[in-house]
Design a protein around this ligand. Sequence first.
Ligand code: SF4
Length: 218
Amino acid sequence: MNIAINKAHYPVTVLGPGKRLGIWLQGCSIRCKNCVSQDTWENDAEREMPVAQLLNWCRKTAANGLDGVTISGGEPFDQPQALTALLDGLIRWRTKAKLDFDILCYSGYPLATLKKNHAAILAKLDALIPEPYVDAKPLAHVWRGSTNQPLLPLSARGRKVYAQYLNAAADPANKRIQTMLDDGRVWYVGIPGRGDMAALECSCKSRGVELGGVSWRL
Ligand code: SF4
């Protein structure tokens, strides 16, 4: 089974609690207005890899421990079979190695659609952040881009880990975006506030650095 991946990183500390493996799937059919991850939209066969290879990378990269796995995109539920295989592998690893990490997944689909079409996948998750990004609704809560996106624990582990964060406010004075360099590209990980990426672009320009091929504009 292959899975199309945009990127994967460890540790991610801005999309869920603790030190996490972050896995971004490639391909999104939802296409929310002003999405900051437009580089993940196109289906791209060149970004496919065997799920088993991705799981090996997870085990090796987080060998010293992890608090959770965050799966985002792109739209993870646009690859339901690959997502199922990935979740099955993560759960097998967690059980066999007696680990206690949680699995959080983002989706731009409405909760009702996910419940109707993907109940078996939801049953494998500890927490879910569903619903499309709505640019007209403000950023108010941690790990979410707009106020229509709830944080939903889906398991006993999820309820334990996420209870304190369900309505936790995003702190505008303490925004955290991770940056990383990979293959000559700069990655920004996290949930930027409205206008933050334009401000970053402006700030880079004033220092003589032109950003080309940015993910928040096609
Ligand atoms: S915010 Fe998520 S669901 Fe919406 S277009 Fe961007 S990647 Fe797709």
